[in-house]
Design a protein around this ligand. Structure first.
Ligand code: DAH
Length: 337
């Protein structure tokens, strides 16, 4: 019986040693209810009372040895499995990544932000107004009554007789003055609409930036100084500005403002069409009628206003000759900015 036990131990340990995944089978084969060791123990009844404890102890030792070997093998197998898994899942964090294509800001948005930065730097804040506007704010309060010829050049889209898509950012002037006491120093960028057919220089939707300053003692000199600083910041330190007399219903006097061509410096080139100057905006001293419409006393306060086309300025700046390029979303165009 002792020999049988030793044989079982030797055999079992050998099998455990060379086992793969079948440890449970081995456990059942030797230690299970119908296992070989159990069978030997069952036969102990045939032993003499002297032999029994000796064989019993030996049987226990064999069981412990087999159990220990099984556990050791199991631990070893688990460690190996973990190592294999870690190897398989290895991640090289130093590997170069796959670059995600990143877009960039549209040239018009960029120009608008640049304009905002320049005026914020001069103490202006940003005001907003609705794109769906009342006739009153877009025209009447700005001294453009019904049947005024200025309405022809700013023909827009009507929602009702009285409600329209604003044709200019100037109505924001009125909305601000109605709610804010001077001193006022605001710019207002945004979309405007006109019922123009789309061609190289016209679009039914485009962008303007309005400026308004109201305080005691504001003069045309303040307007000139402000626009000069703006022009130099936007187009370069060497830039000069020029005022040409003009007419807008909501300013008196009014002017169209040109900057010296930043490509040729004023000599005349393709961009400025030989003129040496590029028109960039309309401006003037706010009409007393507009001030009193908004509850501001023209005897006490004066101010200036200006309005520029963001497309126009961006086109001049980059030498873009077709306004439609801004809206077509062609990457070959947009990528260049
Ligand atoms: N609103 C004018 C337009 O769209 C531009 C303009 C001219 C705005 C003179 C002004 C201004 O504030 O003073 O043609």
């Amino acid at each position: 019986m002792k020999e049988k036990l030793s044989k079982i131990q030797v055999e079992a340990l050998e099998q455990i040693n060379s086992a793969d995944a079948n440890l449970d089978e081995i456990r059942i084969k030797y230690l299970g209810k119908k296992g070989e060791l159990t069978a030997v123990l069952r036969g102990m009844g045939a032993l003499t009372p002297e032999e029994r404890p000796i064989v019993g102890q030996l049987a226990n030792e064999v069981r412990e040895a087999i159990e220990a070997a099984l556990n050791a093998k199991k631990t070893e197998q688990q460690a190996k499995a973990l190592e294999a898994q870690l190897k398989a899942e290895k991640l090289d964090v130093t590997m170069p990544g796959v670059a995600a294509p990143v877009g960039h800001i549209h040239p018009l948005t960029r120009a608008q932000r640049e304009l905002e930065d320049i005026f914020i730097g001069m103490g202006f804040s940003i005001a907003e107004g609705p794109e769906v506007e009342l006739d009153y704010y877009n025209f009447q309060a700005l001294n453009i009554p019904e049947n005024h010829p200025a309405r022809d050049t700013q023909d827009t889209f009507y929602i009702t007789d009285n409600i329209l898509l604003r044709s200019q950012t100037s109505p924001v002037q009125v909305r601000v003055m109605e709610h804010q006491k001077p001193p006022i120093r605001i710019i207002s960028p945004g979309r405007v609409y006109r019922s123009d057919a789309l061609d190289a220089t016209h679009s039914p939707l485009f962008h303007q930036l309005e400026g308004l300053v109201i305080d005691k003692g504001i003069t045309m000199g303040d307007l000139k100084g402000t626009l000069e600083v703006f022009a130099k910041k936007m187009f370069g330190e060497g830039t000069q500005i020029r005022f040409r007399p003009h007419h807008f219903p909501f300013t008196e006097p009014s002017a169209e403002v040109d900057v010296s061509c930043f490509v040729c410096g004023g000599k005349g080139c393709r961009l400025c069409k030989g003129e040496g100057w590029i028109e960039i905006l309309g401006a003037g001293m706010v009409h007393p009628f507009v001030l009193s419409n908004c509850g501001i006393d023209p005897e006490e306060y004066s101010g200036f206003a200006f309005g520029l086309g963001i497309e126009r300025i961006t086109m001049a700046r980059y030498g873009i000759d077709d306004i439609r390029l801004f809206y077509e979303n062609d990457e070959r165009f947009l990528e260049q900015f």
